[in-house]
Design a protein around this ligand. Structure first.
Ligand code: G3P
Ligand code: CA
Length: 304
């Protein structure tokens, strides 16, 4: 486990707060070319970087530590997750805004429909089984807190594409997320340079993260019109569209721009789970593929 002292966490977060008044270009990053190095890790590879979507979620219950470990067992070092906030302010890893689909919350709390995360405490959520819905082998899997999740990634030496999910439901969640990242040592130079990207479907949320910590690599989830791309490039490094919405011309249009840290704006596309689409988006020139089946995509891209 990678424990950090509260004092160190506060000091690191204070560094982030200091970034508030500075534009990205004037920001003192924790190392040379912090976000750029994270980008370079993608472009230097032989093909698109693979991201295990909600962990290796075709093979283990999504957004659990088991799904993280499954990706690790496959040799996949980047995982994607979804962060939301409980009633008492804990950050937890769940995709839907309700707990109903991926836990036994309806059985344990039958009178609490519609079982929104924001209406449950962390202690209540920690009683839920987040694995049995997927299969009996995963009975007893828990909804991880962000802290638990980051610790597991550190143990596995994995990297995180973190989605701030439904931020409109959780005012101030970006600051909360950065606070936990700082506490767990994820805002040090190494993590910021090579191991962390923060993304959201909410442009406001991405912009807020960029404002609070200008050295972080960020991504916008969606397919903005080409004419609008320069606006996004002011505060993000990646445009991450659904794969059916793009073609080679779109990827080229993104690549013609520089992102928030002065490097080529990148494209990470989702959710590609089959060989045909994996080869298709690679042909478009995407930088990354977000997939529930990283083994299938990897095998497809290894073949000619
Ligand atoms: O990372 C891309 C993808 O996660 C976006 O869609 O609904 O799975 O969060 P969703
Ligand atoms: Ca997601």
């Amino acid at each position: 486990m990678h424990r950090r002292t509260v004092a160190l966490a506060l000091a690191v977060l204070a560094g982030g707060a200091g970034a508030l008044a500075l534009p990205a270009t004037a920001q003192a990053a924790p190392g040379p070319g912090a976000a750029d190095a994270a980008s370079a890790a993608v472009t230097a590879s032989a093909g698109p970087t693979l991201f295990a979507h909600r962990g290796a979620s075709a093979y283990a219950p999504e957004n659990t530590l088991a799904a993280v470990d499954r990706a690790d067992a496959m040799g996949i070092d980047w995982v994607e997750n979804d962060v939301q906030r409980t009633k008492d302010g804990e950050l937890v890893i769940v995709h839907d805004d309700s707990l109903a689909r991926t836990t036994n919350v309806e059985q344990l709390f039958p009178d609490r429909a519609p079982w929104k995360i924001k209406d449950f405490t962390a202690a209540e959520i920690n009683t839920l089984d987040a694995g049995s819905w997927f299969g009996p082998a995963y009975a007893g899997a828990r909804v991880p807190t962000l802290k638990q999740y980051l610790n597991r990634l550190d143990d596995n030496k994995q990297k995180l594409l973190m989605e701030v999910k439904n931020p409109e439901m959780y005012p101030g969640i970006e600051k909360d997320v950065l606070g936990v990242l700082a506490q767990e040592g994820w805002l040090d130079g190494d993590h910021v340079r090579r191991k962390l990207v923060v993304q959201s479907f909410s442009a406001d949320s991405v912009r807020t993260v960029h404002t609070l910590r200008a050295d972080l690599t960020t991504g916008f989830l969606g397919t903005p019109a080409v004419a609008d791309l320069p606006k996004y490039a002011a505060y993000t490094d990646r445009i991450n569209p659904q794969h059916g919405t793009i073609d080679a011309a779109y990827v080229q249009a993104v690549h013609r721009l520089k992102g928030a840290h002065g490097r080529r704006l990148q494209v990470n596309t989702w959710t590609v789970d089959d060989a045909v689409n994996a080869k298709k988006v690679r042909g478009f020139g995407v930088d990354g593929i977000i997939t529930n089946k990283p083994d299938v995509v990897r095998d497809a891209l290894r073949r000619k």
